[in-house]
Design a protein around this ligand. Structure first.
Ligand code: 5GP
Length: 202
């Protein structure tokens, strides 16, 4: 069985990473979403174990110390981290795993696992991003301003990723993500065994 792909999906908060991933998963139910641990409080509608594992700062630090996190970062005053064990299992089982993480975590994964695929999702413009964040209505204006400042800092990091996708419409962005996954699976560097098999069987 071939190993699955590890796809690091980053982009400013409010760009619609989660929505694009949901649209992708609806068509590719075999893919796996990596559920992160966070010290952030749940937003209305979020469920423990589905969007995130919502943990105390103490529990988070314990997970970090026990080496249970593949990467971790602090973002807008909260801690976020990727649990290691489910990822290792999914990749071994040949499943593609998607990480919705910010850019510091993305850089850690890239150093640790250079075979991972980095996809950066962009809003059509900063103005549209501001409108989307305000439209959420779960965030105070101060939080929105914080996140727009973070976005301006994050967007230049897109250059460190392999691919850039604009979230103009969710369907188109999810289609482009699927095209990237397909192309990555056909890279010669991931298909050495296949090439040798063809060569050695006439
Ligand atoms: P939010 O609080 O809006 O759900 O997420 C804030 C930011 O944290 C987003 O950019 C999201 O991608 C990122 N994030 C979520 N989980 C993780 C994680 O496990 N590690 C890192 N480094 N960032 C994460």
């Amino acid at each position: 069985m071939s190993k699955g792909l590890l796809i690091v999906f980053s982009g400013p908060s409010g760009t619609g990473k989660g929505t694009v991933l949901s649209a992708y998963f609806a068509k590719h139910p075999e893919a796996q979403f990596s559920v992160s641990a966070t010290t952030r409080k749940p937003r209305p509608g979020e469920q423990d174990g589905r969007e995130y594992y919502f943990v105390s700062r103490e529990k988070f630090m314990q997970m970090k110390q026990n080496n249970e996190l593949l990467e971790s970062a602090e973002y807008c005053g909260n801690c976020y981290g990727t649990p290691r064990a489910p990822i290792e299992k999914a990749l071994k089982d040949g499943k593609d795993v998607f990480l919705d993480i910010e850019v510091q975590g993305g850089a850690q994964i890239r150093r640790l696992l250079p075979e991972s695929v980095g996809v950066f999702i962009l809003p059509p413009s900063i103005q549209v991003l501001g409108e989307r964040l305000r439209g959420r209505e779960t965030e105070a204006e101060e939080v929105v301003e914080n996140r727009l400042t973070a976005a301006r800092r994050e967007i230049p990091k897109a250059a460190e990723y392999d691919y850039a996708v604009v979230n103009d419409t969710v369907e188109k962005a999810a289609e482009n993500l699927a095209a990237i996954v397909t192309a990555e699976k056909h890279k010669t560097s991931r298909n050495q065994a296949l090439i040798e098999r063809v060569l050695n069987h006439d």
